[in-house]
Write a protein that binds this ligand. Structure first.
Ligand SMILES: [Ca+2]
Ligand SMILES: [Ca+2]
Length: 509
C-alpha cells in the first residue's frame, strides 16, 4: 500500500489511523506517524487527530440522491439507489473518516462512489470488505480535502456520494440497514487541528421487490368484487397524479386470473390496481375487475364514492339538462354480457365540450360507470356486480354528453374499442359500426333524393329510426326484403336506423 503525503502545513507530527481492507482480505489496523512537508500528496488515509472534542453535536447523515424525500424510505429491486453523506455542524472541515456497514448484502451491492464538496483537489479512499460467511459489507471510507489543516471553505461539507444496486432476486418486504462506526471529522478550531467524533443514526430502507399480482384483486383479499373496483378508483391515473413516482409495467402482462410477477411501485398499494400490467391505472383496469369477478362478487354492498377530480367520474343519469347534447353509443349484442369497456376517439376541438359519460339504458341504476376523458379520447367501463345481471339485447350502452354550445356531431366520434365480458369470461365485440365510412360501405341502406331504400337478402321485419338522443322517430314493420319510405317522414341530420336489431348511421341531408 502506498501512502503519499504533502502540503500539510502545520508542524505537528500527525497521527494517522488507517482502517482498511487490503485486497488479500486482511484487515490492517495500523498507526502511521508522518511528518509534515513531504511532497507529492495523495491524501487518502483516514486522519484521526489526537485532540479534545469541541462539542458532541456534530453528525453525519444520509441524503438520498436517487429519489425525492417522499420516497427515501425504500429502495427498489433491479434499480440503483444512492445517497450523499453530509456532515452537520462542523466548520473548517479538512477530512473525515468512518466505517459504513450494511446488511442484506446478498441482495444489495455497493457499486461506486464519487467525491463531493472536496472536489478535484480532494481524495477519496474506500475499502470494501465483504464479511465472509456473513451477509454484511463494511465500507471503510476516508475523504480528504487535500488542503492544509487550517481555515477553509468547507463548513458542513457533503463528503461523498455512494451508489448501490438492488438485485432482481431481492424479495419484497426485506430491508437494508446502514450504520456507522468510528466516524470522525477533522476540523481546525482555535488554531489547532481537532478530530471530532461524528454521531450518525443508522438508516433502514425497505426493499421493494417483486410481488404477485392477481389481476383484479386490487385489495389483495383473494376475491374480485366491487371493493376492488373502489380500490382501482382510488389509484386511478397514478402516473398523472403522482409525477416522479415510479410505476412499472409487468413483463408479459396478462389479465388471466393467475399470479403475475410485478415489481412493487413507488406507492406500493397501487401496484395491485394495475390489473392489466401496463404501468398505469386506467379504465382497462376497472374492466379487468369485471373480467375476473369471483363467484360471490355481488355479495358486497355497492361502493359509493365521490370524485372531485375533473375528467374522472362516475355518474348517474340524474344530471340531465335539456340543453345538453347527448350522443348515444350503441352496442350490438352477440352474447349476454355484464360489463363493457369502450375507447372512443373524439375530435380534439370538440372534446373540450364533453361534460361526462352517462350510462345507457342497457344498464340499470345500480350499475357502475367509470369514465376518463383524455385529450383526444374518452374511455369508460360500465358493469354490474349483481350476478343476475346481464345485457341481452342491442341498444344504447352509454351517452356522451356535450355542452349545448358544442357543434359536435357523430362524425366527430369514432369508436375504437367496444367490448363486453360474458359470464364465462369471454370477451365479445360490441361494436356496431366502427366508423361512418365503414358503415356506408357495408350498408344495405341507400339514401335517395326523396326516399330511403333498404334492400336486404333477408326478410325485413322491423325498421326503427332514432335521433342521436335515442328518441324513436319512426317505426315500420315491412315484412319484405325491400322497404322504402319518404324522407319527409324523418328530420334532417344525423340519425340512427335500426333494422331488425342491427343499427346503422343514417344521414338525411
Ligand atoms: Ca379483492
Ligand atoms: Ca393498467
Amino acid at each position: 500500500m502506498q501512502i503519499n503525503y504533502t502540503n500539510i502545513s502545520n508542524s505537528f507530527a500527525l497521527l494517522y489511523h488507517i482502517n482498511f481492507m487490503k485486497t488479500n482480505g486482511i484487515l490492517i489496523d495500523s498507526i502511521i506517524f508522518m511528518k509534515h512537508n513531504l511532497n507529492s500528496i495523495t491524501i487518502w488515509i483516514i486522519l484521526s487527530f489526537l485532540s479534545i472534542n469541541i462539542a458532541n453535536s456534530q453528525s453525519v447523515r444520509l441524503v438520498r440522491t436517487d429519489v425525492d424525500s417522499t420516497r427515501e424510505g425504500f429502495v427498489t429491486s433491479t434499480y440503483m439507489f444512492g445517497f450523499d453523506l453530509v456532515i452537520d455542524n462542523l466548520e473548517n472541515c479538512n477530512n473525515a473518516s468512518f466505517r459504513l456497514k450494511f446488511d442484506n448484502a446478498k441482495y444489495v451491492k455497493y457499486s461506486g462512489a464519487a467525491i463531493r464538496d472536496f472536489g478535484s483537489e480532494g481524495e477519496l479512499l474506500i475499502y470494501e470488505n465483504v464479511i465472509s460467511g456473513g451477509d454484511e459489507v463494511i465500507l471503510d471510507i476516508g475523504v480528504f480535502s487535500g488542503q492544509p489543516l487550517q481555515e477553509n471553505e468547507f463548513d458542513n461539507p457533503n463528503l461523498v456520494n455512494l451508489e448501490f444496486v438492488v438485485l432482481p432476486t431481492a424479495p419484497d418486504n426485506q430491508s437494508v440497514n446502514f450504520s456507522f462506526e468510528n466516524a470522525f471529522g477533522a476540523s481546525f478550531v482555535d488554531g489547532v487541528g481537532q478530530s471530532i467524533p461524528l454521531s450518525a443514526a443508522p438508516v433502514n430502507y425497505d426493499i421493494h421487490g417483486f410481488v404477485q399480482v392477481w389481476p383484479g384483486d386490487s385489495d389483495r383479499d383473494g376475491d374480485v368484487d366491487n371493493i376492488d373496483w373502489t380500490v382501482v378508483y382510488e389509484n386511478l391515473k397514478f402516473k398523472e397524479r403522482f409525477p416522479g413516482f415510479r410505476s412499472f409495467k409487468r413483463q408479459n402482462p396478462s389479465t388471466l386470473w393467475k399470479a403475475q410477477r410485478a415489481l412493487v411501485w413507488d406507492m406500493e398499494d397501487a401496484t395491485y390496481s394495475d390489473c392489466d400490467g401496463d404501468g398505469e391505472i386506467s379504465a382497462t383496469d376497472f374492466f379487468v375487475v369485471y373480467l375476473n369477478l369471483t363467484e360471490d362478487g355481488g355479495s358486497v354492498k355497492s361502493p359509493s364514492y365521490n370524485s372531485d377530480e375533473s375528467h374522472i367520474g362516475k355518474t348517474h343519469n340524474d344530471l340531465q339538462n335539456q340543453n345538453e347534447i347527448k350522443i348515444p353509443i350503441y352496442a350490438s349484442h352477440s352474447s349476454d354480457y355484464y360489463a363493457s369497456i369502450a375507447s372512443v376517439s373524439i375530435d380534439n376541438k370538440k372534446i373540450d365540450n364533453l361534460l361526462r359519460v352517462e350510462k345507457g339504458e342497457l344498464f340499470n341504476s345500480n350499475s357502475n360507470l367509470m369514465y376518463d376523458i383524455k385529450s383526444q379520447s374518452v374511455e369508460f367501463t360500465i358493469g354490474d356486480f349483481d350476478k343476475s345481471f346481464s345485457v341481452k339485447e342491442n341498444g344504447i350502452i352509454a351517452y356522451l354528453v356535450f355542452s349545448d354550445n358544442s357543434d359536435v356531431t357523430t362524425s366527430d366520434i369514432e369508436i375504437n374499442t367496444l367490448k363486453g365480458v360474458t359470464r364465462n369470461r369471454k370477451l365479445v365485440d360490441l361494436t356496431l359500426v366502427n366508423s361512418l365510412n365503414e358503415a356506408k360501405e357495408n350498408s344495405i341502406i341507400s339514401v335517395k333524393s326523396n326516399s330511403v331504400d333498404i334492400n336486404s337478402e333477408e326478410l325485413i321485419r322491423l325498421v326503427s329510426i332514432f335521433n342521436i338522443s335515442g328518441q324513436k322517430l319512426f317505426e315500420a314493420e315491412p315484412n319484405s326484403k325491400q322497404f322504402s319510405f319518404n324522407k319527409s317522414e324523418i328530420p334532417h341530420g344525423f340519425l340512427l336506423i335500426s333494422i331488425d336489431g342491427q343499427t346503422y348511421p343514417l344521414i338525411n341531408r
